[in-house]
Design a protein around this ligand. Structure first.
Ligand SMILES: *[C@@H]1O[C@H](CO)[C@@H](O)[C@H](O)[C@H]1NC(C)=O
Ligand SMILES: *[C@@H]1O[C@H](CO)[C@@H](O)[C@H](O)[C@H]1NC(C)=O
Length: 238
């Protein structure tokens, strides 16, 4: 089963890589803290004055390529941010999240284009005016609060980026899925080819066993020797 093992170990390697968490060495600098397949940094730009969420995004992007203002995609990530504010980042009471209200389809969206699969809203009255609404997180509770984009806290900015490994080899789940599909197809193709080869070999073996013709008496219609002799004869005649 020699030819199968490289494909199999590739598939296993990809699965292991997908499951393994990001290490510190996969983050851009010590300012970034790894969690899951991403790195997080709370950048406090004393000199640069941030005036809008666009400035904040530029600061994330400027610190590390592929970074953007934070998105929070599940409860574990929310808990990690909460913990890290307690233990590592001396931050303000509120921090901006990279979420905006999209008035085209009346939904909240993440700036980094990840799907909104998790929210942690504080209980509020409905029927709020949502136009020009931004979102912040209370750093002591992890609860999210809608607020006017003008009031957004911009003394520090929370950035997130895919870890180096994730970025290089597994940009997103679509790529992981197609990699697995391709690997599976390759494995199946190689297995089929191998089976076909073994099948054919068995057929030719058994037919050779049945065949009574001796290989030595088989006629070679036009060997190299004949060509050489022909050529010599032609030269002699000329
Ligand atoms: C990113 O931010 C950290 C912390 O503020 C800083 O030490 C580092 O120099 C910055 N890197 C770049 C490339 O801006
Ligand atoms: C809402 O619109 C934005 C672009 O305007 C699009 O990216 C997003 O997928 C839409 N969301 C839904 C749920 O339709």
């Amino acid at each position: 089963m020699g030819p199968l093992s490289p494909a199999l170990s590739l598939a296993l390697g990809l699965l292991a890589a997908a499951a393994s968490p990001a290490g510190a060495d996969e983050c851009p600098s010590p300012a970034w803290i790894p969690f899951g397949s991403h790195c997080y940094a709370f950048l406090q730009e004393a000199l640069k004055k941030m005036e809008s969420i666009d400035d904040a995004r530029d600061i994330c992007k400027g610190n590390a390529s592929g970074a953007d203002i934070i998105s929070i995609n599940n409860e574990e990530e929310n808990a990690f941010i909460l913990e890290t504010f307690k233990n590592n980042w001396q931050g303000p009471d509120y921090v901006s999240l990279g979420m905006y209200f999209d008035s085209d389809n009346n939904t909240f969206q993440w700036y980094d284009k990840s799907q909104v699969k998790f929210t942690n809203w504080i209980e509020e009255e409905a029927n709020q005016e949502l136009l020009n609404t931004c979102v912040s997180m209370q750093t002591k509770s992890g609860i999210w609060k809608k607020m006017s984009c003008e009031d957004l806290p911009l003394t520090g900015i929370l950035c997130k980026k895919a870890s180096a490994y994730e970025k290089e080899y597994l940009p997103d789940h679509t790529t992981l899925t197609s990699t697995l599909v391709i690997t599976f197809t390759v494995v199946v193709t190689i297995a089929a080819a191998l089976l076909w080869f073994l099948y054919k070999r068995n057929i030719s073996r058994s037919s050779r066993a049945l065949c009574t013709m001796h290989p030595s008496t088989a006629q070679v219609p036009y060997s190299d020797e004949t060509v050489l002799v022909d050529a010599e004869e032609n030269e002699y005649i000329a």
